[in-house]
Design a protein around this ligand. Structure first.
Ligand code: ACM
Length: 643
């Protein structure tokens, strides 16, 4: 990030700099930024004597969760009481029982008292805000006196985690849920089934996890790196028992997060079909490749031997990425199988929404299957897209009969949208726009702005291997989920926004956190604040640095972001002054301007300095720098060209 400005006198630059520093001290670095904040005089001192007064069971639970974070960050827990006491307190008052919809809260801090009121959800969020207001100076914890009224812009604030490509442990998922709650996310979309792994125990079909949860080997590198693929030879897998899944649902619910399960159909089903091939659609009926070319649904339709992938009965769970051609069949037995699975899923997950995937389902096997073709004729369908629509509509009917709502990826628009479906728009916004125009609800998760598996630097060689793309923090921040192409009425169908963490190239929890943070903090503002109030400059200058330093204390392996580099040119002398501001509070920056690699033997940045060039007509130079955080994490080397 480079900012350029022109000043008429160098002195002015220093003056502005010191005024800015004083201003910053007064900022309350809450992320996402509350809707209304009024700073008052004085502070509240928090210590082990401060008790939390909470009348309801749920708010006592919220207080306990507050204590968990307080303990991790500052090593103390506060006493929680159901009775009012005569000493400094945090008072939680439930003032509405609209628990499902009302997430607003009011938080007032004065010298002797903190009061938080709202629904149970609001109180939970008020407690998160309170945690973020705490400053520690010489061992004393204080919160500034302040009055805050807050509510979110969007009711759906989500993050999707793909556990199909790589399995993550229950403890890792709980850690992610803790962090999501801290930044006021309220939906975890749990992508539980994939070609490469089925991750949820289904009691009626035990082979789904006995066979479907395990693959013998996984490809090394990106899938275009080697032809044929090279495999690591390491068995990978795992699954969640129903008991563990329930535990996660409860853990999330205690933190005001709904877990939305995704059971993919009709495609992305290789692992399920490895276990129960009888529910697949098969190449039958005298199918002959045309011109010697196999019918394949995607560039990736190759098996482990580099041969065209053929949906054989003995297909193993694949260990390579891409769109696989396997697809469920349209037999009655298959619908029964899926409904049985969904019955167990609905029993585990109380979520109103059940996600059924629907994306990237190549229809080749349907094209050549007599069962599929017969059904197309019988139901008077136009083609295989309408057959998919028939498939999804049947599943929707089943879910609706069980008082649940269906969400699917935007491909469910093709061939006709199921009557009550909510669309998750991922191939850009066009699917979402089309669905909202048809009065369907939409969650925006365009791959242009919301794919957190994408790279965080333009120069991919500086980053750990990822799937592709380039999604910097700033781009996430500027995303606005309500497209202008929609009328105000249609925009009400945009329920919210979600980032997706696909895990083909994310095999460890550290790498998961690296992809999530800090981008999830930008997303938190997109989801909570709405576009009018967002200000990237203010976010990075006043609020992000403290939160990132805190993530470090919480042992979160976030990506250390680029610093803000400001180049000021003095009009009279033409001299350039370089200022570097790291985005993690308390960091050191080491830099070079002589072309050498930046490391800790280079110049330690102590304040703005003159560049050894004087004007635009002279040669450029490259500023190279690294950021070292307070806990000693080192960023990648960054560079900026100055001319
Ligand atoms: C998707 O990225 N296939 C939804």
């Amino acid at each position: 990030m480079i900012k350029r400005k022109t000043t008429f006198a160098i002195l002015a630059l220093f003056l502005i700099g010191s005024l800015q520093a004083q201003e910053t001290e007064k900022h309350l670095s809450v992320i996402p930024k509350p809707a209304e904040m009024t700073l008052k005089e004085g502070d509240f001192s928090l210590n082990e004597e401060t008790y939390i007064f909470a009348e309801s069971d749920q708010s006592r639970k919220s207080a306990d969760i507050f204590n968990n974070f307080l303990d991790k960050l500052y090593g103390i827990r506060l006493p929680i009481s159901a009775l009012e006491q005569d000493r400094p307190s945090i008072e939680l008052s439930v003032t509405t029982d609209e628990h499902d919809t009302n997430e607003s809260y009011q938080l007032d801090v004065d010298k002797t008292h903190i009061s938080i009121s709202g629904s149970e959800k609001g109180i939970f969020y008020g407690l998160q805000t309170s945690l973020q207001l705490i400053s520690q100076t010489n061992g004393t914890l204080t919160l500034p006196a302040v009055s805050i009224k807050d509510k979110p812009e969007f009711g759906y604030r989500g993050i999707m985690l793909d556990v199909g490509r790589h399995f993550f442990e229950v403890a890792e998922i709980k850690k992610m849920i803790d962090l999501m709650a801290y930044f006021k996310f309220n939906k975890m979309h749990w992508h539980l089934t994939e070609d490469q792994g089925w991750r949820l125990e289904i009691k009626k079909y035990p082979k789904l996890t006995e066979i479907g949860a395990w693959r013998d080997s996984t490809i090394i590198g990106q899938y275009w790196d080697y032809d044929p693929f090279i495999y690591d030879g390491v068995k990978h897998g795992g699954f969640y028992t129903q008991e563990e899944a329930r535990e996660i649902v409860k853990y999330a619910a205690d933190r005001m997060i709904t877990v939305i399960p995704e059971i993919e159909l009709p495609g992305h089903s290789s692992a399920a079909l490895a276990a129960y091939p009888e529910f697949g659609s098969f190449k039958t009926d005298g199918y002959e490749p045309k011109d010697g070319k196999p019918l394949t649904g995607s560039v990736m339709a190759m098996n482990e031997k580099g041969e065209p992938y053929d949906n054989d009965l003995n297909t193993a769970v694949p260990g390579y990425w891409g769109v696989h051609p396997n697809i469920y069949g349209v037999k009655e037995e298959t619908f029964q199988f899926l409904e049985d699975i969904l019955m167990e899923v609905m029993d585990i997950f109380p979520s109103e929404y059940i996600h059924i995937g629907g994306d990237e389902a190549p229809k080749d096997h349907w094209k050549t299957s007599s069962i599929s073709q017969d059904l197309i004729k019988k139901e008077n369908l136009e083609d295989e897209h309408e057959l998919q629509s028939y498939f999804i509509t049947r599943i929707e009917k089943f879910l609706n009969e069980n008082n649940r709502k269906l969400i699917g990826w935007d491909e469910i628009l093709e061939g006709g949208l199921a009557p009550n479906a909510t669309v998750m728009s991922w191939r850009g916004e066009k699917g979402g726009i089309a669905a909202a125009k048809m009065n369907h609800d939409v969650i925006m998760t365009p791959n242009s702005h919301m794919y957190f598996d994408h790279y965080q630097a333009e120069d991919k060689t500086t980053e750990p291997v990822a799937i592709g793309g380039f999604l910097p923090l700033e781009k996430v921040y500027h995303y606005t989920p309500r497209p202008e192409a929609l009328t105000a009425d249609q925009q009400t169908h945009i329920l919210g926004v979600q980032a997706n963490l696909w895990t083909e190239y994310i095999a460890t929890n550290n790498k998961l956190e690296y992809h999530l943070f800090p981008r999830a903090l930008a997303l938190a503002e997109v989801a909570w604040m709405g576009s009018q109030r967002k200000d990237y400059q203010e976010f990075t200058a006043n609020r992000l640095p403290k939160r990132l330093a805190e993530l470090e204390q919480l042992q979160v392996f976030y990506r250390v972001p680029e610093a803000e580099v400001t180049i000021s040119t003095d009009e009279r002398s033409g001299r350039h002054m370089i200022a570097i501001r790291p985005l993690v509070k308390g960091s050191n920056v080491y830099y070079t301007v002589d072309g050498h690699k930046a490391d800790q033997t280079g110049n330690l940045y102590t304040g703005s300095f003159f560049a050894p060039i004087t004007g635009p007509e002279q040669e450029s130079l490259t500023l190279r720098y690294i950021v070292i955080t307070p806990e000693g994490r080192q960023s990648n080397e960054f560079s900026s060209t100055i001319q």
